[in-house]
Design a protein around this ligand. Sequence first.
Ligand SMILES: NC(=O)c1ccc[n+]([C@@H]2O[C@H](COP(=O)([O-])OP(=O)(O)OC[C@H]3O[C@@H](n4cnc5c(N)ncnc54)[C@H](OP(=O)(O)O)[C@@H]3O)[C@@H](O)[C@H]2O)c1
Length: 248
Amino acid sequence: MRHLRFKAVPTDPDFSQWQGHALVVGAGGIGGALAEALTLQAPELVVHTAGPHRGTWRLDLCDDTSLEAFGTLALERFRPLRLVICAAGLLHDGDLQPEKRLRQVNRSALRQSFELNAFGPILLARVLEPAFPRDLPVHFASLSARVGSIGDNQLGGWYAYRAAKAAQNQLLRTLAVEWRRRLPQACVTALHPGTTATALSEPFRSSVPPAGLFSAERAARQLLEVLATRSAAQSGSFVAWDGQPIPW
Ligand SMILES: NC(=O)c1ccc[n+]([C@@H]2O[C@H](COP(=O)([O-])OP(=O)(O)OC[C@H]3O[C@@H](n4cnc5c(N)ncnc54)[C@H](OP(=O)(O)O)[C@@H]3O)[C@@H](O)[C@H]2O)c1
């Protein structure tokens, strides 16, 4: 009888020894801290950052031309791409403010929030897919938010942001199902960083007790700890900064 011999597949999700390229999109409060922490924690990864204003590369997730050009760049410059964290997001911007009641819900705010918070991460995955290796473990993570949990929504309000993050979660879960076949070593994760002292949370954190508010550096450290324990077997999950699952 002929014995089939299986090649050992490297599945260790701890990226501290990984080689290749890493990318953080949205080098803002948490994204900037993630890039710095990654550089120290995974010295063999070349860490790139990208965004519309900050970062080593220009990328606007709401602009298809920018996304396509970035995909081409990634294919030329970032291979093998081992770890991607989308840390881009929008809660408020001038007239765009989280809604307190139904009367404040409007089409333009819904659209603006969905453009980045929902569509951004999945369109990023689409243009980056060719740069990911099939035969090595990879992480694709995106910063979602606990308020995007439908099951956990007891407080209401923040219609556009909540709904856009919920849509992001569903899109990432769907991606995880597809990549189980196409990129079997990929781990797709939607992450809640916890309330973190950045420009995004600044107007809304007066009621947060100091112990419940993380510095960007602490949030980054915690998120990387969570990612380092998650492998392709757990792909498609929504988890918080402490590693606890969040209901969809
Ligand atoms: N802070 C919190 O308490 C908290 C809680 C839960 C979830 N989150 C989530 O965590 C993520 C990071 O938030 P943060 O607190 O670090 O906010 P932040 O400091 O305001 O950073 C937001 C980032 O989004 C990027 N961005 C905005 N528009 C973009 C676009 N069109 N294309 C690409 N990037 C774009 C910005 O890029 P530029 O810097 O280049 O402008 C910026 O780097 C967000 O997804 C947020 O929803 C944060």
